[in-house]
Design a protein around this ligand. Structure first.
Ligand code: FES
Length: 187
């Protein structure tokens, strides 16, 4: 696992005693091990379980929790609701897709971004709105949106960026301890 390991898929199938009715939990296990549902694993699942591949794909596309592509370092959700659309979200979408070689629902070839257009996120006053890694950015235009995404990509993957404040906290703690030590020396 992942991509091309029959034994790993077989292990997952064994976990559910080969019961084809447990297809969804099996697919969840594949995704939790691979981060998404690789084509190779789905073919293995289909062959070993005797379930048509088309049925597996229809399950994978029906449930939004399943991913058929690896997730990028950052997730871009661009609001295409009426207000955002009227304020130029379509132009932003075009610019992002061109700049990062994306199509809706895909991950960029460099693995940095996963892009999905979404419906109104309830922040119409900020339109057009783009949500990157859960953070709202409003009042954008094509150029500023692309610039913002380059900046975010330069800062590294979202999970690493999240770890930065914790490091700062440690430094602040150290500084406080130093100050305390300096204070006690003066006495
Ligand atoms: S239409 Fe985009 S936030 Fe409402």
């Amino acid at each position: 696992m992942c991509e091309n390991s029959t034994s790993a898929v077989a292990t997952i199938i064994d976990r559910y005693a080969g019961d084809a009715d447990m297809l969804i939990p099996m697919m969840q296990d594949v995704q939790s091990e691979c981060g998404y549902l690789p084509q190779t694993e789905l073919k293995e699942l289909s062959g070993l379980l005797g379930v048509p591949l088309s049925q597996i794909y229809s399950v994978a596309t029906f449930y939004s929790s399943f991913r058929l592509m690896p997730k990028g370092d950052h997730t871009i959700q661009l609001c295409m609701g009426t207000v955002c659309y009227l304020k130029g979200a379509d132009k932003i979408s075009e610019a992002i897709q061109k700049e990062f070689d994306l199509v809706p629902g895909s991950t960029s070839p460099d693995g940095k971004f996963t892009y999905s257009p979404i419906n109104c996120v309830g922040a119409c006053a900020l339109a057009p709105v783009m949500v990157v890694d859960g953070e709202y950015h409003g009042g954008l235009e094509p150029g500023s949106a692309v610039k913002l995404l380059h900046k975010i990509a330069e800062a590294g993957p979202a999970d690493q960026a999240e770890k930065k404040p914790a490091a700062k906290k440690k430094t602040a703690k150290k500084k406080a301890a130093k100050k305390k030590a300096a204070g006690s020396k003066k006495k």
